[in-house]
Design a protein around this ligand. Structure first.
Ligand code: 5GP
Ligand code: ZN
Length: 117
């Protein structure tokens, strides 16, 4: 069923507590944890507890939870006292997506270039 946990999904395992993570925030619908390979002083992943492959699929199926992810991005930034930060949803292999469970990268604490690489 749409949104159900997937057995082979790393982030579903983190949601279920089967794989440890440095969790910084948790709500009824989301988990935020530090990226294992940080690309900035703050590099947190905000994920919905439900499983969808990418942000667009989540937004189409459960728009309220997509909004929860964005709200949590700001909460993470507030906790790390960031006045500027970047939210990235890599979508598709060509854009660098490697985990097929929606996740927002929250990056901050250093200068950012535009356009991104
Ligand atoms: P993507 O490349 O799909 O946009 O992002 C996946 C992210 O998940 C990467 O930045 C990668 O470092 C992170 N990641 C992969 N495996 C783990 C893990 O086991 N724990 C944590 N905390 N992050 C992970
Ligand atoms: Zn999943």
């Amino acid at each position: 069923m749409a949104g159900e946990p997937q057995e082979d999904c790393l982030f579903c395992k983190i949601v279920e507590g089967h794989i440890p993570a440095d969790v910084v925030r948790e709500t009824e619908t989301t988990v935020a944890f530090r990226d294992i390979n940080p690309q900035a002083p703050t590099h947190v992943l905000v994920i919905p507890k439900v499983h969808y492959a990418n942000a667009a699929e989540l937004a189409a199926a459960e728009p309220q939870i997509a909004a929860d992810v964005l709200r949590e991005a700001q909460a993470v930034a507030d906790e790390d006292k960031l006045d500027s930060y970047r939210i990235v949803f890599n979508t598709g292999t060509g854009a660098g997506q490697t985990v097929w469970h929606t996740h927002a990268h929250i990056l901050g604490g250093r200068g950012m270039q535009w356009p991104p690489g």
